[in-house]
Design a protein. Sequence first.
Length: 95
Amino acid sequence: MPATFPSDIPLIPGEVAFGIDVGTGWSVLISVDDLEADFVDAADRLKGAGYAALLENVAATGSFGAFENDLYQVQVSSQDTPDYGLVVNYLVVRR
């Protein structure tokens, strides 16, 4: 997990498979067991923390959603990656 990642963005529990601060935002991949259920968990945590859902597309083989509040836009996807296996990916940018 990048040391600069905002602590007020709720993440699902799990092992961080990869994380980077790209200067204008962050990308964090969390290893998961169930692409659909873990994406729904991620989306629910963000909405519960006051993020507005701009888009949600949920499927068993991979999902995508975009959420925002006054400070950040968070794009969340779940996918099976060749390097990290099943992950939920958070792409966070400042607004």
